[in-house]
Design a binder for this molecule. Structure first.
Ligand code: ZN
Length: 275
């Protein structure tokens, strides 16, 4: 079994295609199937493709294995949204909050983030940051805000908040490892880096191998972060470049021994999001 902590599954069709892709390959131990996925809300309302927290909650209510992370629009009334997210934590309807610094042009260490970090700490749930590269259909996102190094100050200021840096901060893998290594309260995931807008099988395999090699290099320098890395895919549907599950599973299996795999596939996620 495994937990995918980073998906954008928001329709029945996407969920079916996810499950199909997550079926264990013959080489994989029987029984290691998805039990839970976390679907992350978008920070804006009224996007035709990406649901905000309320829309996502309606969908997830019908699917027992899909859990929701809320999201705060930093350009709207934050106090009001905090109130709503506090209710959602109390009702156990969300398992985390996600923020999008690169899309919304703010730094994670800005003062306005502190209240959100404190709310997450109060309910002992992670604060997730989109970090690194974008899937930016509007062409407005800025990489500068999305660099994982900017988590450093926030992590120091809010030591009781569990922080997750998405996508290993790609392409700043070493920066991310540095931040995760420095702070007990910072974690990361491997999602979203295997971007496929029409790769051949061979190219996909080469890309996956490259990612494994790069992460091996990072872990050579930072072996102490091995137990702070989680499985995630960023699966967003067949019609997007984020449509893979199996290559990410291969990454975890290639990097880690059996015990470490259990941590990355489910134990750590269980502890951070569901305890
Ligand atoms: Zn994502």
């Amino acid at each position: 079994m495994f937990i995918d902590i980073h998906t954008h599954v928001s329709t029945r069709e996407q969920w079916l295609s996810y499950q199909k892709k997550a079926k264990p390959a013959s080489s994989v131990v029987e029984g290691r199937q998805v039990v839970k996925i976390i679907s992350l809300a978008w920070c804006y309302k009224d996007s035709p493709t990406e649901p905000d927290v309320e829309t996502l909650l309606k969908f997830a209510a019908t699917e027992p294995n899909i859990y929701v992370a809320g999201s705060i629009n930093m350009d709207a009334n934050i106090g009001q949204q905090l109130k709503r997210h506090e209710e959602l934590f109390q009702q156990k309807k969300i398992v985390a909050i996600k923020l999008y610094p690169g899309y919304q042009h703010f730094y994670p260490y800005e003062d306005k983030v502190t209240a959100i970090a404190e709310l997450c700490a109060k309910y002992n749930k992670p604060l997730i940051f989109h970090s690194g590269d974008f899937y930016d259909i509007h062409g407005t996102a800025l990489l500068e805000y999305a660099r994982s190094i900017h988590i450093d100050k926030l992590a120091r200021r809010c030591p009781n908040t569990k922080i997750v840096i998405s996508h290993f901060g790609f392409p700043h893998l070493l920066d991310t490892a540095g931040v995760v290594s420095q702070h007990d309260n910072v974690y990361t995931d491997i999602s979203g880096t295997i971007d496929d807008s029409g790769l051949t099988k061979k190219e996909l395999s080469a890309l996956t191998k490259q990612y494994i090699a790069d992460l091996q290099r990072v872990l050579r320098y930072y072996p102490n972060i091995k137990n702070k890395i989680m499985f995630g895919t960023d699966f967003a549907g067949e019609e997007t470049p984020l449509k893979h599950v199996e290559p990410y599973r291969r990454v975890i299996q290639s990097l880690f021994n059996k015990r470490e795999q259990a941590n990355a596939f489910h134990d750590l996620a269980e502890k951070l999001y569901f305890a």
